[in-house]
Ligand binder design. Structure first.
Ligand SMILES: Nc1nc2c(ncn2[C@@H]2O[C@H](COP(=O)(O)OP(=O)(O)OP(=O)(O)O)[C@@H](O)[C@H]2O)c(=O)[nH]1
Ligand SMILES: [Mg+2]
Length: 390
């Protein structure tokens, strides 16, 4: 075996995060003799040891519980890693910590670029820490794979919060599919809850499927919007409005105030005709200025009311259970689909079948059944294999 099952215990032999399980790498440092080449305590090795401290599972659990930031960062890195042995360790930790999760209010925030999400989170989060709450800011942004960095959860626009000892900001995990990024953010949220954070703010940019992903991992989903820039009532996607527990009109300040008030009343009217995403809750629209920090406390009172209502009528618990089951099934189905489509027999048959179906030579149902019969054969072969073989 080239890689160690629990390499966190030996910092000198840890492969880089990108190295997958079982893929040996040539750049690993062998444990070798104590100290440097000359057998004396090596300065370089000691330096490395300080920078990459290894922790036992127990130390990691205790560190998370005490909200030790170094350990919190380390455990989240394990959650975000694609290496199998990191994932195994992260899952062990999550299993232990699960009973200590679930206490936070989970808030999703979406809005078009420039709506003021980061500025809002900075102001809103700082107000909450001043009230004595611990606030974690996470993000879901699959596009950060392309940009190599995270445009969301960026600390530059969250200047105040990023220096706040009662806040924790973790940018979107980069790399992978939306499913992968979402899993990592969900698990990071659980780790943050075990670390005692009271409010989790999850930011996402208002495009594509990432909004639905954030809706499916939060209690309260908030659309942040603004006037002008084509983002008035017509510009807001109906689907997003239907999913929102509140619409917050930001930048209600200066010359913009009158327009913002008009938009807010139009939104209230429009929301009246939409079905609420949460039983027992009537979504409304609210005015804030993240710049002047106005309207933020009123909004927090709305959120507290939401928490109270959904705790009383059982919606919060019900939503969370449904979300977790849906998440689990989503992961299973994604894997089944991936495994099915990557089977050589399926890959071989698929192009011709597609051509025939497109040309109207084979009925779609016949083609689907043919492919599925291939899968049935594969599954029955797998079932007939002796136990322990792969
Ligand atoms: N006047 C005014 N400007 C604001 C307010 N909130 C944010 N802005 C400004 O709007 C611009 C965009 O704000 P951001 O917080 O970066 O917006 P964002 O939604 O995070 O943008 P992306 O990260 O690109 O998706 C910045 O120049 C902010 O200073 C506000 O309440 N009032
Ligand atoms: Mg931003």
């Amino acid at each position: 075996m080239m890689s160690r099952p629990d390499s966190t215990r030996n910092p000198n032999s840890r492969p880089p995060e990108w190295a997958g399980e079982g893929k040996g790498i040539s750049s690993g440092v062998m444990p070798g003799v104590q100290g440097g080449h000359d057998g004396l305590p090596g300065a370089r090795l000691q330096h490395k040891r300080r920078r990459h401290p290894g922790f036992t599972e127990q130390q990691m659990l205790e560190g998370v519980r005490k909200c030790d930031r170094t350990i919190l960062g380390k455990v989240i890195s394990l959650v975000e890693s694609n290496a199998d042995h990191h994932m195994d360790l992260a899952q062990n930790l999550l299993r232990e910590l699960l009973p200590e999760t679930g206490e936070a209010l989970r808030i999703g925030i979406t809005g078009v670029p420039g709506a003021g999400k980061s500025t809002f989170i900075d102001a809103f989060g700082s107000m909450l820490t001043a009230k004595g709450y611990k606030v974690a800011v996470l993000a879901v942004d699959p596009s950060s794979t392309m940009t190599k960095g995270s445009i969301l959860g960026d600390k530059t626009r969250m200047e105040k919060l990023s220096r706040d000892p009662h806040a924790f900001i973790r940018p979107s995990p980069s790399g992978g599919t939306l499913g992968g990024v979402s899993r990592k953010t969900r698990e990071t949220m659980l780790i943050c809850e075990a670390a005692g954070f009271d409010v989790i703010l999850i930011e996402t940019v208002g495009v594509g499927q990432s909004e639905a992903a954030v809706r499916s991992m939060t209690d309260f989903f908030m659309l942040l919007t603004l006037t002008g820039a084509g983002d008035d009532l017509q510009g807001i996607k109906r689907g997003v409005m239907e999913n929102a527990d509140a619409i917050v009109v930001n930048k209600a300040d200066g010359d913009n105030l009158i327009k913002a008030e008009r938009l807010a009343s139009e939104l209230t009217h429009a929301l009246h005709y939409l079905k609420s995403p949460t039983l027992g809750w009537k979504p409304g629209s609210f005015l804030v200025s993240s710049l002047l920090k106005s309207g933020l406390d009123d909004l927090w009172q709305v959120l507290l009311k939401f928490k109270e209502v959904t705790a009383e009528n059982g919606e919060c618990e019900k939503r969370r259970s449904e979300q977790t089951i849906e998440w689990m099934m989503g992961m299973v189905l994604e894997q089944v689909q991936q495994r099915f489509l990557s089977q050589p027999e399926v890959r071989e048959a698929l192009p011709d079948l597609k051509t025939s179906v497109a040309a109207g030579k084979v009925p779609a149902t016949t083609a689907a059944r043919e492919l599925l019969q291939t899968a049935d054969k594969l599954f029955s072969q797998a079932n007939n294999q002796p136990k322990g073989s792969k």
